[in-house]
Design a protein around this ligand. Sequence first.
Ligand code: ADP
Ligand code: ZN
Length: 731
Amino acid sequence: MFDDDPAFRETIASVLVPVAVPRPYTYRVPPGVSVTPGTIVRVPLGPREVLGAVWDGEPDAAINPKKLKAISHVYERARPLDADLRRFVDWVANWTLAPPGMVLRMVLRSEEALEDEPPVAGVRKVGDRLPERLTPARKRVLETMEDGLAWTKSGLAHAAGVSPSVVDGLVDQQVLEIVSMPAAPPPPLPQVDFATVNLTPSQTTAAEGLVASFDKGSAVSLIDGVTGSGKTEVYFEAIAEAIRRERQVLVLLPEIALTEQFLRRFEKRFGVYPSEWHSEITPKNRARVWRGVASGDVRVVIGARSALFLPFCDLGLIVVDEEHDGAFKQDDRVPYSARDMAVVRGHLSKFPVILASATPSVESRVNADLGRYTRYELPERATGADMPELKAIDMRHEGPDKGRWIAPELLEAMKETFAEGSQTLLFLNRRGYAPLTLCRTCGHRFQCPHCSSWLVEHRFQGRLVCHHCGHFEKVPPSCPSCSAADSLVACGPGVERIAEEVEDRFPQARTLILSSDLPGGPERLRREMKIVEEGGADIVIGTQLVAKGHNFPKMKVVGVIDADLGLAHGDPRAAEKTFQLLAQVTGRAGRVTGGGRGFLQTYSPDHPVLRALMSQDRDAFYAAEIEARRAAGLPPFGRLAAIVVSGADRHLTEGLARDLARAAHPDPAVTVLGPAEAALAMVRGRFRFRLLLMAPRQYDLQGYIRSWLAQGPRPVKGMRVQVDIDPQHFL
Ligand code: ADP
Ligand code: ZN
């Protein structure tokens, strides 16, 4: 009966809440409160209160208004989420099959950001009053305050070189008064012409193309340039153009250990540091960046994948550097690819997106071949340095003695490099000391009690660690199974074991392990990256962390301890990923000076991936890989989706996975494989079964899965069904 009364309709609203529900809920809008789509609010939800955003779509007017709960708070100081961002949230939810509220949750990550930053207390001089006794310290304080501006107490004490109690004393005597100061001034604006470089001809072509793409709406460009070809300088020109047009810029990087070097480079080019966004920034800075992008005070953000969900008010460019990197894929909660969703965000808001890589994903190469993306090739290093010379070391015939891991030829190259004062990088994608520990008496192997994976020995910490759930135990003095003492042996190498061998061979060299799990966290990593960059280490032993985009000017030799690692996976992208990783890591050699050398230790030197690498023929590799994918109907020629069923009870979980598979609608276009026990059959005590779906490129796989899951058997008792559209990781 209220349906036709517009006054009534205004008093209810759709609100999307950050929980796993399929659609917005309807709430009452209290009298005197006004909201529009995008307004950020707090609402009661069951026994608690949650953040939410007023959402598009008609609220449900059929519900008895007496039963509706009311919006409890409106964040008046927060800018409403704009229509583009709301559409983006809906789009991502629709694509990934995640509940839209879970996508919104990635936007509303900082509650602190929804209010103004509280002002901080400062002090200011009161006229020309002087203290009773003008000590030298007090005099310095007053001189520092000559300009009459307000200072924070600690800032003032620091600048005047006095203890804070001196400042307090002056406040007590009413020579200084307490005032309230705005918390932080907006960050300074980047200067487009602060320090430009002379681009090479191929860089110039690419840069001009990128600048022109700003007039084409949602153009996507791929900068495909060998390691050290100056891709960063090229997209800096696009960033400069966005700044000239007064648009905001987002640069996504796969690894926060990379940000430090990037921030410094950005500063060298634009005179200011950009804002950072990743898991390591403090809540206060997180809130500042969030507010700053919403208000427009922050012009450039450099961040991890989650920065894609920041509420930019006028985003005009996204750059995805190292676009091939698997770290852009989030696997849990909302499984999404930040690279692909960046392209979507650009498309929805009609601005250019730039993907850059020395080893683009096959998907992006194909998109370029089909004319969907514009590809700019940079075939040579910008500094004129030649590409590293690569050599495969056949471990069957040219390997080291038993118990050693570095082949004689690689050792020789390391010696020469050390003698001339250059650096060597040894790469092994295995953290810890040894990937497997067993008892030589009874054969007992150490396995994680919660996961189907071996425990990895970390000798520095004296622990056996699970790399999937973090479980650890002390290395026991005797075998827990047969009690034999001193019977445990380490099998295979991890970076710590390689370091041991290096220290033994090169006692005078400064060695450094770069691995994400060493104590000290990202802070330490950043410091160590800088040490390497500045030549403060001779031999670096690193995991895949070092393969990503770093510029180490003195690095001359790169040795890959196990080039076969990764080739054997049941992963359709195994060849591509191995090619990318090896090309990237060997690409660290001789970037600036040239004369770099790369050694790949392998038991299968004739493997096509290794042959392609050796011949430095990237195009041949891509051509072969693209053909293989086309023939097999694999991405990007076909579509994949994974469904992982997990639960604490193995039998029930497997049963549900089987029931699901049986309930799949027969459709000649869709192949349903499995269920099969996942490669990681148990993680954190949960058993896992996988189904894999394959369909042609144009097929609406999401629609198929949606109706299948809606009608199929439902998970019970803590079991979970997780859909992963376009899976990247097949564990
Ligand atoms: P990429 O991102 O392709 O790996 P970078 O942009 O990091 O390459 O450039 C590699 C090195 O070459 C850096 O030291 C960079 O300063 C330098 N460089 C890039 N472009 C030029 C140029 N036009 N002239 C001189 N040096 C350049
Ligand atoms: Zn575990």
